[in-house]
Design a protein around this ligand. Structure first.
Ligand code: NAI
Length: 703
């Protein structure tokens, strides 16, 4: 049973019990209706309390049910709320911890609501590209006022119960319990009071009967639409939320409810909602490693050491300080340590200035940081993350030293972006304790963490690092060992296509514009100017030796030979004015491209935005399919997650693999056939990966 029914004298208590958050899947909905029926039929019961067991009142709908046939979902949530309203005995919701989405809509269907302090209250459906579809857009404005309710619905953000209970005139909560522990007792006492009040047949209060008006009506909604349009970017849901709340202020309650239902159904079918729901499920799936059970014992991580206080080491350190975990930072020279610590300070000070961090917290965090030049000082750390120069020789020396000094059971991680983690592990006598933790720059900001599993990495090491990732608020995705892991291995193919497009007639600005219009945060050329063109130059030089047969456009090398490394040198694919980041198309680059095309004997052609987007994105997909086939990623949704959280892939498209599914794998394979005919491209690369070819053939999808 996903809800329990108990009678305490004249009070029936229905307790949702569907861990972890009392999701309102079909069995829970049926159990609620069951409980309500029993209580109504029991003459001894005067009043009903609805509450949740464990860590939530209810976290809302079960999103895995979305898209399932309607008939299998009866009673759906709007019907349960309607049944609640019609119960002839008072129903009191006893709300605590988490009351979100469908959970809040359920509470709004009750006649009374008692809440514990510290409860997170939200209608977060907009984050899944939807709107609350069980009356939330109609009832919340009636109890909180139009503006407060609209803010909550459009942002999806949680608000604490005590703050809501303190709002003047609010009708969301009838009583704030003295503490979470006292909630049930106080809710039952309150229930008995209201039962006495209604004994004479006084009508039960319904949220639907409350008035809903905004004094400025049309003016306010016009203003709200403008605000929301600016923020919503490519997502339709926020504007539909405004439509639904406006409907609550016009006409009858049931008309508004119908309008909400229509808008919900429309949103459910949008690719944007599909993409956001995919992301939500992908995040949950990524935390599960197929052969590492969830109950694998974890090692304790109470102290961390970071080797190297450069760009990455500093950012990595901040993640742990932010999570309250002490860090010892190790460098070769005192100057390097001082520089690293100064950068950390500067970053925190900027946050204090912007009001994002209090002075107290800043000092607390810095108090957790200590530095050293001696390996002996870090011996007791539970986890050490190496972020020194990207050279195997340097990394080997570091790992040998770590092997010599670190206490048994310490986890040894490398932040390498390209080197072989198995080789690094092999220089130690404890390869089972070694793995990659590949952070993205800036490491204190970017959500993505690729957890690189070596051949010998122990299961409890992986389980521990996945748990640590959660603690430092990263989205962790497990990758196998290969050059570039998931993200960088794919982006290399994307970058190669960008180069070929220049050779064939595009300008950097044209390529960037096309892919940015598709929704990428930044096109490849602006991106490289930001990261530094010298970094990819160094990688290519290595490739020319390792893979002499691989075809590359030489334009990026020519650019670097001109010293145009990007923003840091004031010139790259674009020109930059001193101190500014605006990318200005460069006549020098234009000329360089023209001359290079001439030297290759290529007559420039006009290339459509569609071709640009297809070649860049399908290159990611084809390499992604190889990665899946090689077992470097365990699921297509892991690849999508990497691209959505680490590479600025448009959120509303759900990642390259989901996008490919939407386009149709058969269409992808057809496009690749065309690309193979292009003499200036790399025909061998456009041979579809066997997995892609097979899925396309069978009419299947990646996800
Ligand atoms: P960096 O050059 O900014 O910093 C490296 C630091 O390591 C320097 O401060 C240096 O003094 C120190 N160091 C060198 N050898 C050492 C040793 N034996 N013992 C102690 N300290 C030593 O380099 P960055 O960018 O921070 O990169 C570090 C690692 O992170 C590399 O493996 C790189 O591939 C990887 N990485 C870099 C990213 C980036 O965007 N910069 C992104 C993801 C990974």
């Amino acid at each position: 049973m996903t809800a329990e029914y108990q009678v305490h004298g004249d009070v029936a208590v229905i307790t949702l019990n569907n861990p972890p958050v009392n999701g309102l899947g079909i069995s829970t909905r049926k159990a609620i209706v069951d409980g309500l029926n029993r209580a109504e039929d029991d003459a001894a019961v005067q009043v009903i309390v609805l509450t949740g067991a464990g860590a939530a009142f209810s976290g809302g709908a079960d999103i895995k049910e979305f898209g399932a046939p309607q008939a299998m979902q009866q009673p759906h949530l709007p019907s349960v709320v309607a049944i609640l309203e019609q119960v002839r005995k008072p129903v009191v919701a006893a709300v605590h911890s988490v009351c979100m989405g469908g959970g809040l809509e359920l509470a709004l269907g009750c006649h009374y609501r008692v809440v514990a302090p510290g409860c997170s209250v939200a209608l977060p459906e907009v984050k899944l590209g939807l709107l609350p579809g069980a009356g939330g857009t109609q009832r919340l404005p009636r109890v909180l006022g139009v503006e407060m309710a609209l803010n909550m619905i459009v942002s999806g953000e949680a608000v604490k119960s005590e703050m809501l209970a303190a709002l003047p005139g609010q009708k969301l909560f009838d009583k704030l319990a003295t503490s979470p522990e006292a909630l049930l007792t106080e809710a039952m006492a309150f229930a008995r009071e209201v039962a006495a009040k209604h004994q004479g047949g006084a009508p039960l209060p319904l949220v639907r009967s409350l008035p809903c008006k905004h004094p400025q009506g049309d003016g306010y909604f016009g203003f709200a639409r403008n605000m929301v349009r600016g923020m919503a970017k490519n997502l339709p849901a926020p504007l539909k939320c405004v439509d639904a709340v406006e409907a609550a202020t016009k006409g009858k309650f049931d008309d508004g409810l119908r309008r909400e239902g229509e808008l919900f159904a429309q949103l459910m079918l949008t690719p944007e909602s599909r993409a956001l729901r995919h992301l939500f499920l992908a995040e949950r799936a990524a935390s599960k490693i197929p052969d590492v059970p969830a109950d694998t014992p974890k090692r304790t991580i109470a102290m961390v050491a970071v080797i190297g206080a450069g760009t990455m080491g500093g950012g990595i350190t901040m993640n742990f300080l932010n999570a309250g975990i002490p860090v010892k930072l190790l460098e070769m020279k005192q100057e390097a340590l001082d520089r690293g610590v100064a950068t950390i300070r500067k970053n925190y000070e900027a946050q204090v200035k912007k009001g994002k961090l209090t002075q107290d917290k800043y000092e607390q965090r810095m108090g957790l940081l200590s530095t050293t030049l001696a390996y002996a000082d870090i011996a007791q750390a539970d986890l050490v993350i190496e972020a020194v120069f990207e050279e195997m020789g340097v990394k080997e020396v570091v790992f040998k030293q770590l092997d010599a000094v670190m206490k048994p059971g310490a986890i040894l991680a490398s932040n390498t972006s390209t080197l072989d983690v198995n080789k690094i592990a092999a220089v130690t006598k404890r390869p089972q304790d070694v793995l990659g933790m590949h952070f993205f720059s800036p490491a204190n900001v970017m959500k993505l963490l690729e957890v690189v599993r070596g051949e010998k990495t122990a299961k409890d090491v992986l389980a521990t690092v996945m748990a640590v990732a959660k603690k430092i608020k990263k989205t962790a995705v497990v990758a196998g060992v290969c050059d570039g892991f998931i993200g960088n291995r794919m982006v290399e193919q994307y970058g190669r296509q960008a180069g070929f497009l220049l050779d064939e007639g595009c300008t950097p600005a044209q390529v960037d514009r096309a892919i940015e219009k598709f929704g990428f945060a930044m096109g490849p050329f602006r991106m490289n100017d930001l990261a530094g063109n010298d970094i990819s130059w160094a990688i290519r030089k290595r490739r020319y030796v390792e893979k002499p047969g691989m075809k590359y456009s030489k334009t990026a090398d020519l650019l670097c030979e001109l010293g145009r490394f990007g923003q840091k040198t004031g010139a790259g694919w674009y020109d930059y004015q001193p101190g500014k980041r605006d990318a200005i198309p460069s006549p020098v680059v234009e000329k360089m491209l023209e001359e290079h095309r001439k030297s290759l004997g290529i007559a420039p052609r006009k290339i459509s935005d569609e071709e640009i987007v297809q070649r860049l994105v399908f290159a990611l997909v084809n390499e992604g399919a190889h990665i899946l086939e090689d077992g470097i990623a365990s699921r297509a949704s892991d690849i999508d997650l990497v691209y959505l959280t680490g590479y600025g892939f448009p959120l509303h498209r759900g990642g390259p693999m989901l996008y490919a599914d939407e386009v149709g794998l058969c269409n992808l394979v057809q496009a690749m056939r065309r690309f193979r005919q292009n003499p200036n491209d790399d025909a061998a690369f456009w041979q579809p990966a066997p997995l892609l070819a097979r899925l396309a053939d069978e009419g299947k999808t990646f996800n």
